[in-house]
Design a protein around this ligand. Structure first.
Ligand SMILES: Cc1ncc(COP(=O)(O)O)c(C=O)c1O
Ligand SMILES: N[C@@H](CCCC[NH3+])C(=O)O
Length: 430
């Protein structure tokens, strides 16, 4: 359905995800419900292995900010990918399932002293240095503990990612990384090369998220190679790794193309070949950090339809039992989604509606103006491509409990995160 692997329709018009019927899922776990198709996540990881790791000797770190739970961490561990974390909480989650700490990349533009200390104590594989403060703090921690750590330096490559402003990071005016329009990044390199505790392994850049043009990565590799060449000329030091970040776009609505990972990785590796030989540099190990591309299309959110309000001549609102608390992306980025009536897919009698949530906020809209078969209270709506940045950005606004998360795989279902209860909501209140 809509080109999603693993989505099928039963003879009686029910949406099935990897062979599991949605009416069964909502009966068993309630709504709203995040459902993840594990088969699809595994397919995508396989594609990354084939087209980046095996073919080109690259490293892939799953960007855990997209969706992280202990189950997901175990899955990534089993599959042998690295993990990109950006907070003590993500790092703690990884540690809780004995994720190999040498395969962790620790990011963040304002890592605290405590977080950096935790990273050192756990022995993470790479810290991605974002600013000068961090160099001082990390060095202080390492010297006190008589330890050293491998680092990559994050630069802002000055490339515009052609995506929503809030999810662009590669432009000069960004809170992330060292800018390239002055000497800051070279000063950072010098400072780290002079440090007894920080071992400079690589240079990192990330342009933005939900990118659909592979030529952007070519520009990124060119910037990285040029910078690495300057480092070699100035300091006689050859960088071994580049990290191109994540950002690989996925399908949300018919305006989006569904892109294979090789669409991106082939361009990246070709550019590495060309640029590094042009500068007479050794070919580096190439890291990528896909988040959305691995889990985005594998996630579906199931809601129950409640009140329906037809403002004649204006708009018909169909309210569901979730909303901006489980999916903030429409309100935050004007993100577009596709939805289907999961319990009546054989019904073709369509009308235009707006799907809204139950929060006390006019902007709590999930999908504005979508054509769906006539819906009634109690119907199930499935919003597609909700696997990335939905659960991970969920909130308790209006003291609404966060939904449960279920993994499905070839006819099997397993609860991986329990639904929050009202008691969970008040448990830290004093
Ligand atoms: C440094 C870094 N790496 C990886 C990602 C993952 O991005 P995406 O989920 O778009 O692949 C992000 C988020 O944009 C990021 O900031
Ligand atoms: N949260 C954003 C992506 C940001 C990625 C982190 N730099 C989204 O939902 O699209």
């Amino acid at each position: 359905m809509f080109g999603y692997r693993g989505l099928t329709i039963s003879d009686d018009g029910i949406l099935e995800i990897s062979g599991v019927r949605c009416d069964y899922l909502v009966e068993k776990y309630g709504t709203p419900l995040y459902v993840f198709n594990e088969e699809e996540i595994l397919n995508r990881i396989k594609e990354i292995k084939e087209n980046h790791i095996v073919k080109y000797g690259g490293v892939a770190a799953y960007a855990s900010k997209a969706f992280l739970t202990k189950y997901m961490c175990r899955l990534i561990k089993r599959e042998g990918l690295w993990l990109d974390v950006v907070s003590g909480g993500e790092l703690y989650t990884a540690k809780s399932v004995d994720f190999p700490m040498e395969n962790i990349i620790f990011h963040g533009n304002n890592k605290t002293y405590e977080e950096l200390e935790m990273a050192v104590d756990f022995g993470v594989g790479r810290v991605v240095i974002d600013n000068f403060d961090e160099i001082d703090i990390l060095e202080d921690i390492l010297l006190k503990k008589k330890r050293s750590i491998d680092v990559q330096i994050r630069i802002t490559p000055g490339i515009d990612g052609h995506t929503h402003d809030f999810i662009k990071t590669g432009q000069v005016d960004s809170k992330f990384g060292f800018p390239m329009h002055d000497e800051s990044a070279l000063h950072a390199v010098k400072r780290i090369l002079n440090s007894p505790a920080l071992k400079l392994k690589g240079i990192h850049a990330h342009i933005g998220s939900q990118l659909h043009q592979n030529n952007i990565y070519k520009l990124e590799v060119e910037v990285l190679a040029k910078f690495i060449s300057s480092i070699k000329n100035l300091f006689d030091y050859e960088i071994e790794e580049i990290n191109c970040g994540g950002g690989f776009g996925i399908y949300y609505t018919e305006g989006d193309k569904r892109l294979s990972i090789s669409y991106f990785t082939d361009v990246i590796h070709k550019a590495v070949e060309e640029c590094f030989s042009r500068y007479n540099l050794r070919k580096p190990t190439v890291f990528i950090e896909p988040g959305r591309w691995i889990v985005g299309e594998a996630g579906i959110t199931l809601y129950r339809v409640g009140s329906i309000k037809d403002i004649r001549g204006i708009r018909k609102y169909v309210s569901v039992d979730g909303g901006m608390t489980d999916n903030i992306r429409t309100a935050l980025y004007s993100a577009k989604y596709t939805a289907v009536p999961a319990n009546k897919l054989n019904n073709k009698d369509e009308e235009q509606v707006t799907i809204c949530g139950k929060c006390c906020e006019s902007g709590d809209i999930l999908i504005k103006d979508i054509k769906l078969p006539k819906l009634e209270r109690g119907d199930i709506i499935a919003v597609l491509s909700t696997g990335a940045y939905n659960f991970s950005m969920a909130s308790n606004y209006n003291r609404i409990p966060r939904p449960a998360v279920v993994m499905v795989n070839r006819g099997q279902d397993v609860l991986i995160v329990k639904r929050e209860t009202y008691e969970d909501i008040i448990k830290n209140d004093l």
